[in-house]
Ligand binder design. Structure first.
Ligand code: ZN
Length: 182
């Protein structure tokens, strides 16, 4: 248990808590760590990335600032000097951006696309990543289309006040470089 706040038995599913570390965590971080361990057991995997994803999917959208808090949890419990740990933090960041993009944050979609392009240039053999780039790109175009169509439709049917407001929100959304919604 040294150095880790919790662990799980893959045979019994019993969760072991290292209270010395666990007690220092915030309520969100405790929940994330618990779900991470449950993920190891439920998926019967030793893969840390999969367990992180499991925890993220359980908590995202259910807590305030769940995106930033998920990244923050890994930054808190992992070692920033460890290459594998750095990869887990980066992967969580990408997961949060992707979720945000898929939930309508155009700025997040743009940032996700930019990051994924960089990743795929450096590592062409990762087809999952390349696929993610394309999905993010499609999603961004889709969002842009929806916003544009919404604007045109409103111009035709609604009064100028609402229309200006919509345009203003759109400009604000575009002005943000990367701001995670939650
Ligand atoms: Zn783990």
């Amino acid at each position: 248990m040294y150095g880790t706040p919790a662990a799980v038995s893959h045979d019994t599913g019993i969760l072991y808590i290292n209270s010395e570390l666990f007690d220092k965590l915030t309520p969100f971080q405790k929940e994330f760590v618990k779900q991470h361990e449950i993920g190891h057991y439920r998926l019967q995997t030793h893969d840390e990335f999969r367990a992180d994803r499991y925890a993220f999917n359980k908590l995202v959208g259910k807590y305030k600032r769940s995106l930033k808090q998920s990244i923050g949890t890994l930054e808190t419990i992992l070692d920033g000097n460890d290459t594998e740990h750095q990869k887990r933090i980066q992967s969580m960041y990408e997961l949060a951006l992707k979720w945000d993009a898929e939930h309508g944050n155009v700025a997040a979609a743009r940032e996700f696309k930019r990051i994924m392009k960089k990743v795929s240039r450096g590592d062409g053999k990762n087809t999952e990543t390349v696929q993610a780039v394309n999905t993010a790109g499609d999603k961004m175009n889709e969002l842009a289309t929806i916003i544009f169509q919404g604007n045109v439709a409103e111009k035709q049917t609604e009064n100028t006040g609402d229309n200006t407001k919509t345009l203003m929100y759109m400009m604000m959304a575009l002005a943000i470089i990367v701001v995670l919604k939650k």
